[in-house]
Design a protein around this ligand. Structure first.
Ligand code: 5GP
Ligand code: MN
Length: 326
């Protein structure tokens, strides 16, 4: 798209900025996943290797299944008070700054770098490195590291492979191109610990999560001639299983994997919010569906927060899905 080419920053210009700045704050989004966090950690580790000052801001705690990542112990909601005026704030994997939460101090526009691969990124930074064809924000970071000629150490390689495995669903989603597999192999040759990533992220479910999954699946409903499947998780369900929000992640993939289902939705009505996750098999653009309701994401995976009751959220989601061709 010509418009985005005009507004986006070249690799060389981003690299010049990374070299010029003395200090950085990596910013990841609320309800963090392996891409937002892994991308920031990989870039942070590389910049620390160059002697730069690096902090990691994230509103929410590091999810249990990502605590194996190097530097994840440095991630905090606190921002130091003595940052230099030309500190660069690097937002990873989010289409607008509101996704970072409410705890960020005001940041001058000239100090914002936006690295992302989402459709409809708002280009909110002074520097916008938005590569919509990349499978993860981490592989956008890898392009920068490559252009900077910095060594990809085993901890950096592991963080980057985590971003890929998260956003390809362990190499299962359609964004798993031959090039993604080649990049992954290259990262493994540089010491990326694939087995550790698999163990921590994909084979490390708490019993509470499995119990919750069972209940959410037993409550699943199918509509729209079998093309739409949805379920709910609420506070009472979490309490029954001793589970929390992190234990909900697996559910939606199961709903989507049912034969004939084009779109799945999971309505998460707990902690005072109604958060909705959407997944598509590629027929319906769920990014457009979420955008209608104030959210965003990707063609096949998106989400939004609904301001209103759970019953109203069901109706709003179904209306928006129909409007997008479900
Ligand atoms: P999830 O369902 O795992 O929370 O999110 C799926 C995808 O949608 C992720 O790529 C995430 O970044 C995006 N997403 C989820 N919620 C929101 C939201 O409220 N706003 C925007 N812009 N994107 C979202
Ligand atoms: Mn991502």
């Amino acid at each position: 798209m010509i418009q985005s080419e005009v507004r986006d920053t070249t690799t060389a210009d981003v690299v010049a900025e990374l070299r010029r700045r003395p200090a950085f704050v990596m910013v990841s989004h609320v309800k963090p996943d392996g891409d937002t966090l892994g991308a920031g950690l990989a870039l942070g580790l590389a910049l620390r290797g160059l002697g730069k000052r690096v902090h990691y801001f994230q509103q929410d705690p590091v999810p249990r299944n990502l605590r194996f990542l190097a530097d994840s112990e440095l991630v905090s909601r606190q921002v130091p008070s003595d940052l230099p005026a030309d500190t660069l704030w690097v937002f990873c994997d989010m289409s607008d700054t509101s996704r970072a939460g409410e705890f960020l101090p005001p940041i001058e526009h000239r100090n914002i770098l936006d690295i992302d691969h989402h459709l409809a990124n708002a280009r909110f930074g002074a520097y916008n490195y938005v590569l919509e064809t990349e499978c993860s924000t981490g592989t956008c970071v890898l392009k920068l590291l490559d252009a900077m000629n910095v060594p990809v150490t085993p901890p950096i390689a592991t963080a980057l492979l985590t971003t890929i495995m998260t956003d390809t669903g362990g190499f299962m989603h359609s964004n798993t191109t031959a090039s993604v597999l080649r990049t992954s192999a290259w990262l493994m040759e540089r010491g990326a610990d694939k087995e550790k990533i698999t163990d921590w992220i994909f084979a490390n479910k708490r019993l509470a999560a499995v119990g919750l999954l069972g209940e959410a699946l037993s409550m699943a409903r199918v509509g729209e001639d079998g093309k739409y499947c949805w379920s709910v998780v609420d506070d009472a369900m979490l309490r029954r299983h001793g589970a929390d929000g992190e234990d909900t992640e697996e559910i939606i993939g199961h709903l989507r994997s049912i034969e004939g289902v084009d779109v799945a939705a999971l309505f998460k009505a707990f902690e005072g919010d109604v958060r909705v996750s959407l997944r598509s098999n590629g027929r319906v653009n769920v990014q457009a569906v979420a955008q209608r309701l104030g959210g965003g994401g990707h063609f096949r995976a998106s989400g939004f927060t609904f301001e209103g009751s759970l019953d109203d959220a069901f109706v709003a989601a179904r209306d928006a899905l129909r409007a997008e061709g479900l």
